[in-house]
Design a protein around this ligand. Structure first.
Ligand SMILES: Nc1ncnc2c1ncn2[C@@H]1O[C@H](COP(=O)(O)OP(=O)(O)OP(=O)(O)O)[C@@H](O)[C@H]1O
Ligand SMILES: [Mg+2]
Length: 288
């Protein structure tokens, strides 16, 4: 992929993020509280984050730190308690249910840990299902490009039960990409896969960014998976705790070890406050 030195300003970009003109998804002061009273859980506690176009970002953090909640709020699958989510320049909390559904079908792709394929449909039918449901024309040239990139050409007429886990997850990735979404969210896409299949899926996700100009945000617990990303964002207790840019697996392991050592977030910073650089490639979180 070529470097994007001076991207043209997008007229529909969120106006409060002038330094990230091509943010495909942004969260501002995002809060999600589940339940109420003494049993309330503050799953997201004021998250500010931007996901730039043409980047693969990994989100890491301990179990319960709010990773899935963040993905679901960003993807319009769950509604935040307060704060804003902007997808492709659109504030999604202000959309009607009907427009939100349309946005989820066409602008957002989602890949789940458990693939979520329809067992009675072939791989090809699973891939085009979201477009078929939305009665949207399937762009055959793009379909072919995605299918070839994901390496599924000779498996298109197989049903999920006739595919390996890695192949099934690649079908799910192709399904997420076939509508040319603005952004793809993948929640532990390799969580159920052996390391070889995981490598295939990760290579595809990275290729979709580098060669097909997609934008992908992926949750993972695996430092090797995260090392495929351009950027790794760490969450702790519902807050952003730091980030790494182009990290090696070792950089990620070091950041995680640091966090485990002193019980603080990976940046070694106490929350609240702006996230700090971690590791040798680190840059501060956008101080919005
Ligand atoms: N529907 C819900 N109702 C109540 N609490 C919830 C709900 N969903 C999540 N939570 C709570 O919110 C917090 C964040 O959960 P979340 O699923 O986002 O964590 P996670 O970082 O994805 O964890 P994991 O790595 O285990 O998947 C947790 O304390 C969880 O128990
Ligand atoms: Mg989760």
């Amino acid at each position: 992929m070529g470097t994007m030195t001076s991207p043209a300003p997008r007229t529909d970009a969120p106006t409060d993020t002038p330094d990230v003109p091509e943010a495909r998804a942004s969260a501002r002061d995002l809060v999600k509280v589940y339940g109420s009273g003494t049993t309330a859980v503050r799953a997201l506690d004021g998250v500010d984050v931007d996901f730039a176009r043409g980047r693969l970002t990994a989100i890491m953090g301990p179990s319960g730190s709010g990773k899935s909640t963040l993905m679901h709020c960003l993807a319009g699958l769950d509604s935040p308690t307060s704060g804003s989510v902007v997808i492709d320049g659109q504030e999604i909390s202000r959309l009607s249910q009907r427009r939100l559904t349309a946005l989820r079908r066409t602008r957002v792709g989602f890949v789940f840990q458990a693939y979520n394929l329809v067992p009675t449909l072939t791989a090809a039918e699973n891939i085009t299902l979201p477009l078929d449901i939305a009665r949207t024309h399937v762009d055959r040239a793009w379909f072919d490009e995605v299918v070839d990139s994901v390496g599924l050409r000779d498996r298109l007429h197989h049903r999920p039960s006739e595919l390996s886990g890695g192949q099934q997850q690649r079908v799910a990735c192709a399904r997420a990409l076939v509508s040319r979404p603005s952004i793809v969210f993948a929640d532990e896409p390799t969580g159920n896969l052996d390391s070889r299949s995981a490598g295939e899926v990760l290579a595809f996700l990275r290729r979709s960014v580098d060669e097909l100009d997609q934008t992908v945000v992926m949750v993972t617990h695996d430092p090797r998976a995260a090392s495929y990303a351009h950027r790794v964002v760490f969450l702790a207790d519902g807050r952003l705790a730091g980030e790494l840019h182009d990290p090696s697996q070792q950089d990620i392991l070091d950041a995680l070890a640091l966090a485990a050592d002193d019980g603080s977030p990976p940046a070694g910073l106490a929350a609240p406050g702006p996230a700090a650089p971690v590791g040798r490639h680190a840059a501060p979180v956008d101080p919005a």
